[in-house]
Design a protein around this ligand. Structure first.
Ligand code: FMN
Length: 362
């Protein structure tokens, strides 16, 4: 049931979890995992510093080597990675925080140098993104991916199942399925990136199928009240460009509602960019169509967050960039203390600079 009366700084019941407030830390890739894509003590410190958020969503985390598209990003499919994430989840829990793992398969937004045996990245169809990949030797053009064979689809679902089990073992409080920002699941959802003529392509029903099957599979590992999904229907990120995605997402709502997910997380507009919405697209309509808690993201500040909750346009507000440079964002918002601006030069560098050394006021 939706309760629109909550205020930003008051607790929120998310399924079985009590969030300290309505503020969520967005998934933020920082490319600081160690060899073997293993999280470290430094990563644990970074997340623990931000544990005053009602909920932290981890940086996007590769569910397999095939799912990897960015150098130095963490995985959640080996024992070493589980042990690394355990440092993070323990540190967050010790500070009274909650953390979900964002499960990531990049699909075509990768490069052979990041793939097993330097193979081609995979996607719904062999459609080349006009995009570069962040490899260990710098930015390189993405290549034309290989379309997944029909018999390979169960292997993709198996990757999500395995990663979900690993996330549980690593002590996460739940998982978020990354179906946004032009990665594999959105490549299946989109009609320009999915040119398949089997049961995973063509009609809306078919394009939505993989996302639904993945979500159902993840809900067999985690109780569904601990599973969220991230969607970005109108983003141009990673060369997505849908003319009229509304019906696709309304249909997705119909298929996901019976699963009783914890939340649906929307990037409203261009990820990290304009909040302008294409004519004909309506997030309010999606809010009504999805039974789950609506988590809103993209360009939120205190005023927009407060107004949005007041008007009942969302139940939870997710902040990304402000959390990078303000570990104590919640306190700063509460006390109306000016925010520290982020340093773009250190977003994806390897060390603690611009990572664990942003100041707090408390
Ligand atoms: C450095 C950086 C890394 C990001 N990494 C991820 C990610 O791993 N997963 C994801 O879904 N979105 C990612 N995003 C998008 C953010 O989660 C968020 O949608 C975006 O920054 C807009 O929210 P904001 O205006 O509050 O920053 C990233 C954004 C930035 C700036």
């Amino acid at each position: 049931m939706k309760n629109t009366e909550h205020e930003l700084f008051q607790p929120f019941q998310l399924g079985p979890l009590v969030l300290k407030n309505h503020i969520v830390m967005a998934p933020l890739t920082r490319s600081r995992a160690s060899e073997g894509d293993v999280p470290t003590e430094m990563n644990a410190e970074y997340y623990a510093q931000r544990a005053s958020a009602g909920l932290i969503i981890s940086e996007a985390t590769n569910i397999s080597q095939q799912g990897k598209g960015y150098a130095f990003t963490p995985g959640i499919y080996t024992q070493e990675q589980i042990a690394g994430w355990k440092l993070v989840t323990d540190a967050v829990h010790k500070k009274g925080g909650l953390i979900f793992c964002q499960l990531w398969h990049v699909g075509r937004i990768s490069h052979p140098s990041l793939q097993p045996n330097n193979e081609l990245p995979v996607s719904a169809s062999a459609v080349k993104p006009n995009q570069q990949a962040f490899t260990e030797t710098g930015m390189q053009d993405c290549v034309t991916p290989r379309a997944l064979e029909l018999i390979e689809i169960p292997e993709i679902i198996e990757q999500y199942i395995h990663a979900s089990k690993c996330a549980k073992e690593a002590g996460f409080d739940g998982v978020e399925i990354h179906a946004a920002n032009g990665y594999l699941l959105q490549q299946f959802l989109g009609e320009k990136t999915n040119l398949r003529n089997d049961k995973y392509g063509g009609s809306i029903e078919n394009r939505v199928r993989l996302t639904v099957e993945v979500t159902e599979a993840v809900c067999q590992i985690w109780e569904s009240h601990r599973v969220g999904i991230r969607l970005s229907p109108v983003t141009p990120a990673n060369d997505m460009d849908e003319d009229d995605p509304m019906d696709t997402y309304l249909y997705l709502a119909q298929k996901l509602n019976p699963l009783k997910l914890a939340y649906v997380h929307f990037v409203e507009g261009a990820t990290g960019g304009a909040r302008d919405i294409k004519p004909g697209f309506d997030f309010h309509k999606l809010h009504r169509a999805f039974d789950a808690v609506y988590m809103a993201n993209n360009g939120y500040n205190l005023k927009l967050a407060t107004d949005t909750l007041k008007h009942g346009d969302a139940e939870l507000i997710c902040f990304g960039r402000p959390f990078i440079s303000n570990p104590d964002l919640v306190e700063r918002l509460k006390r109306k203390i000016p925010l520290t601006p982020l340093d773009p030069k250190t977003l994806y560098t390897r060390g603690p600079e611009g990572y664990t050394d942003y100041p707090t006021v408390t």
